[in-house]
Design a protein around this ligand. Structure first.
Ligand SMILES: Nc1ncnc2c1ncn2[C@@H]1O[C@H](COP(=O)(O)OP(=O)(O)O)[C@@H](O)[C@H]1O
Ligand SMILES: [Mg+2]
Length: 560
């Protein structure tokens, strides 16, 4: 493929790829994006629902605990509740259904722990100075943050106050943080999911399971401060893409935070992405192969038809050139023939005059006679040339007859017998016996062969060989005649235009450059083809002629 067609091929390929791949990729990417976004939104909405559900459960838990303690306080008097064994019984009753409490105790208005039921012996401690004691005596109900307390284990308490006239007392219970925590953790999902509570100071109230209790993990939603309702957002936590949902509880300023690992949640979609990507790559591969294939085929066909067109153009050019030259040559020959006839006649007249006595005795007689000879000789030569020119130009329709091409060649060679013998040239003939008679014009064929063999003899000069071979091409229904010599070969610079008229390398007077162009037009008229080339080893020229077995006119040849 030449460079031009190569570039064309690349352009076509690029155009096909451009118009098919870009929409495909744009479509694929936007569909994928859309899919991921809507899937993420669904995950976020599910998270919002689960946070709300959990928040309600936790609020309900606090409400239950507070009202339980309040109802105990309001149905008993201080004197009643501090009776020995009374609180133990009460505690046993409320613990039968669920073990939410660790212990319970009664504190008098001076802060003394007067009764205590539970695993730790806290009786006798004084709470007057503690923050929660102050708070509950002011507000009536108090829920503490998680703290270590005297026992150095995390817990939180719920305390309610009961007024009795001027006095008051406090019922205080410790909540089982383990049970409470499991209530929070029910919102947790997946291996990397988490759920926990933080207070307003961003201190953890329950243990995060995955991210750990260290404060280095930045949870952006805790920065928002207090807000109503439930918020969900997308963020990176410990380098993983996560969905975060949060809501403040009603009864206690604790923020419920639920974290879901988006990568984990989106896993099915990621798997689908691999499949889609593979399909996309496969599709792109098929398109690329198809585009290259199509453009290669297209460019090849284009190149082929361009080449055919160029060959046809060249043939047409040559034919019309020959026709024009033919007309010109005929005109020139005709015009020159008349003056030539006059010169010849006058030369004859001069020769007659030379016979007279007084001229014969003149001292210049010999020179006169020589001049007349030369005039006659050169007029004869000029006549021959005009004759050939007319032959070249004559648009004589070849007449059709059955011709034995081998006989035509042998006859032609017989004209040249003496010349060949004199120059010691051997002619090797090799004829294919299968060749039938062809429809052609034997006189014109003879003219064509004569010109070619004459040239070969000129080229070989002395002591050489000429090979004449005939072959039958049954495929194309052709007779092929090859005339080969071992002369110097055709000079490269005239090889291209060797069939043009007046192309010759021979000295003036020896060659006219008309032989091969006449041969060319004869062969063309007979429906055949002629090619000139040099032998591959460089020693000699080869002329190949092809003739149809059933004759066709030159016009038909031009059309095909
Ligand atoms: N067999 C050949 N070997 C080498 N050169 C050749 C041969 N036949 C033809 N040529 C070259 O082609 C030219 C044109 O041939 P042609 O048309 O017959 O004109 P001319 O014989 O009058 O020169 C010749 O002058 C010669 O250079
Ligand atoms: Mg010649």
């Amino acid at each position: 493929m030449t460079k031009r067609y190569h570039i064309l091929g690349i352009k076509i390929t690029a155009a096909i790829l451009c118009f098919s791949l870009i929409p495909l990729i744009v479509l694929g990417v936007s569909l994928y994006k859309h899919f991921v976004t809507s899937y993420t939104n669904r995950v976020l909405e599910a998270l919002r629902a689960s946070v709300e559900e959990r928040k309600r459960a936790l609020d309900f838990f606090f409400e239950e605990r507070v009202s339980q303690l309040l109802s105990i306080a309001h149905t008993h008097s201080f004197d009643q509740i501090i009776k020995a064994g009374y609180l133990d019984e009460l505690f046993a009753v409320i613990q039968t259904r669920s073990k939410y409490y660790i212990d319970i105790g009664v504190i008098d208005m001076d802060g003394n722990h007067v009764v205590y039921v539970g695993p730790y012996n806290l009786k006798g401690f004084n709470y007057r100075e503690t923050e929660w004691f102050q708070a509950v005596s002011m507000q009536g109900v108090y829920i503490s943050d998680v703290f270590m307390g005297f026992r150095k284990i995390p817990h939180f308490i719920i305390a309610v106050m009961k007024r009795e006239g001027e006095k008051f007392w406090i019922l205080r219970a410790t909540i089982n943080t383990e049970l409470f925590e499991s209530l929070v953790l029910a919102a947790r999902k997946g291996r990397y999911g988490d759920a926990f509570l933080v207070n307003e100071k961003k201190e953890y109230q329950t243990n995060p399971q995955v991210i750990g209790k260290t404060t280095e993990h930045f949870i952006p939603i805790t920065e928002l401060g207090f807000f109503r309702g439930t918020k969900v957002m997308e963020s990176y936590i410990s380098g993983r893409r996560s969905a975060i949902g949060a809501s403040w509880l009603e009864n206690k300023r604790w923020l419920l935070v639920v974290i879901e690992d988006l990568e984990e949640e989106l896993f099915p979609i990621l798997q689908a992405r691999h499949l889609a990507l593979m399909l996309l790559l496969g599709g792109i591969g098929a398109i690329v192969v198809g585009a290259i294939g199509v453009s290669v085929v297209m460019v090849r066909q284009m190149e082929e038809s361009d080449r055919e067109k160029a060959a046809l153009d060249a043939e047409l050019m040559h034919s019309s050139k020959m026709a024009a030259l033919g007309r010109l040559a005929a005109g020139v020959a005709h015009e020159i023939n008349n003056p030539l006839a006059v010169i010849r006649e006058k030369a004859g007249w001069l020769r007659d005059l030379l016979e007279e006595e007084d001229i014969r005795s003149s001292e210049n007689f010999k020179e006169f006679a020589d001049a007349v000879d030369k005039i006659e000789y050169h007029v004869e030569r000029a006549r021959e040339i005009t004759h050939r020119l007319l032959g070249f130009a004559r648009r004589m329709e070849p007449h059709r007859e059955k011709v034995n091409i081998h006989r035509v060649i042998t006859e032609t060679l017989s004209f040249l017998e003496n010349e060949v013998l004199y120059r010691n040239i051997t002619i090797h003939k090799s004829f294919d016996p299968r060749i039938p008679d062809i429809e052609s014009d034997s006189t014109q064929l003879q003219q064509a062969f004569l010109n070619i063999v004459n040239n070969a003899i000129d080229a070989v000069d002395k002591n050489g060989d000429i090979w004449i071979t005939s072959k039958l091409d049954t495929h194309r229904n052709l007779v092929i005649v090859e005339i080969k010599d071992n002369g110097p070969g055709i000079p490269e610079d005239i090889l291209e235009r060797i069939f043009d008229p007046f192309v010759t390398t021979k000295p003036v007077g020896k060659g006219t450059g008309l032989g091969l162009s006449i041969t060319y037009s004869i062969v063309e008229k007979l429906g055949g083809k002629i090619y000139a080339s040099n032998r591959r080893d460089g020693h000699g020229a080869v002329f190949t002629l092809e003739f149809p077995i059933t004759g066709s006119k030159s016009e038909d040849v031009l059309k095909t």
